[in-house]
Design a protein around this ligand. Structure first.
Ligand SMILES: [Zn+2]
Length: 355
């Protein structure tokens, strides 16, 4: 039994050592001793562990230790407001994603990343430099996930039902990774994706723990999604909430971000900005958390993962076989892969249903 793998699964399920011990019907010290390498895994508990976690026995017997995201290198927007359990669960999802990603890398060559480093300019300048580098001028971004994937960013989804976790990103072996909590609105996820891109581009070397890092990443996201010149060319003075709802689709942003950006660029007076803000809150008041956006956009998904899963399927590797090979539950992979595997309209599933 590999204690690191047991610990990973314990954390993935958001369990404390006591909670985990209770699930297995042993005392906390037994788990403590096992995880620190001072004791054996309690006899007869492996079946219970497999049953509640869905991980195969072989997963825990694999002597290779999983690689956790290094917390020092991770931009974790709301690290401070997350409970340790939720944070560990999200990091454990990252460790599972690395294992899958490495397995995929043995099978497929993906393009290297095409990100610049811009750590000595303003966020707006960094966003403009990256747009120029990618040759997209001032054009609106129709699909954030696909744009980032096309430039070599590896994107996984997190299906974490916690309001405080938006996204995190990191560099690993010179590869940029973004983990997006896709239980938010599509507009929020797009904004989170570019917020993380800002960290990857501006904070790779100096880290994202400094006081202004979050504001810089937010400013980067806003400038990348809504370049100032395009924003000013496409909007008029004094736009009301209804105008903002009609216009936000151009940039695929939330009404709230558009209102904020227009005010920042002097397009809206303080008074109009505040009136819009109050009207928006009134509009959203009774909506559930996941749908807190007027006229919401559909959620984005990954094209790369669809293509890879489709190709694997053609080669006789449906997700069930990949999951068996990696000894990981399909549900864990599915949560990391934008729910593609369980989506009946996804191409590889359409192919399956045509048999
Ligand atoms: Zn951040």
């Amino acid at each position: 039994m590999n204690p690191d793998r047991v610990e990973l699964v314990r954390k993935r399920f958001g369990l404390t050592k006591s909670g985990f011990a209770a699930k297995l019907g042993v005392d906390r010290r037994t788990i403590q001793r096992f995880e620190t390498g001072e004791g054996e895994f309690p006899q007869g508990c492996l079946d219970k562990l497999c049953a509640f976690s869905g991980f195969a026995r072989e997963y825990f017997l694999n002597p290779a230790s999983p690689e956790f995201p290094n917390p020092d290198g991770v931009s974790f927007r709301s690290l401070r407001s997350l409970t340790a359990g939720k944070r560990d669960a999200a990091m454990a999802a990252g460790a599972i994603a690395f294992e899958f990603d490495d397995w995929v890398s043995d099978e497929y060559t993906r393009p290297p990343h095409d990100l610049i480093q811009a750590d000595d300019v303003t966020p707006a300048a960094a966003a403009a430099q990256l747009r120029a580098h990618w040759g997209i001028g001032l054009r609106p971004i129709s699909n954030a996930v696909n744009l980032l994937e096309a430039h070599g960013v590896r994107i996984f989804s997190l299906a974490e039902e916690t309001r405080h976790l938006d996204a995190y990103s990191l560099w690993r072996n010179d590869k940029p990774y973004i983990f997006l909590n896709t239980t938010k609105t599509a507009e929020r996820s797009r904004q989170d994706a570019f917020h993380e891109l800002g960290h990857l581009v501006m904070h790779r070397h100096k880290g994202s723990a400094h006081a202004t890092a979050e504001d810089e990443a937010n400013a980067f996201a806003s400038a990348f999604l809504m370049p100032r010149d395009d924003l000013l060319a496409e909007t008029t003075w004094g736009m009301t909430l209804t105008d903002l709802i009609n216009k936000k689709k151009r940039w695929g942003v939330s009404v709230s971000s558009l209102n904020y950006a227009l005010h920042k660029h002097g397009r809206l007076s303080d008074w109009v900005y505040r009136s819009n803000y109050i009207a928006l809150n009134k509009y959203l008041k009774d909506l559930p958390e996941k749908a807190k956006e007027p006229d919401p956009l559909p959620h984005e998904t990954s094209q790369i993962w669809i293509k890879i899963l489709q190709d694997l399927w053609k080669r006789g590797f449906p997700l069930s076989r990949i999951s068996a090979q990696l000894c990981l539950p399909e549900s864990q992979l599915n949560d990391l892969l934008f729910g593609i595997a369980s989506d009946p309209s996804a191409p590889h599933n359409r192919m399956l249903s045509q048999i």
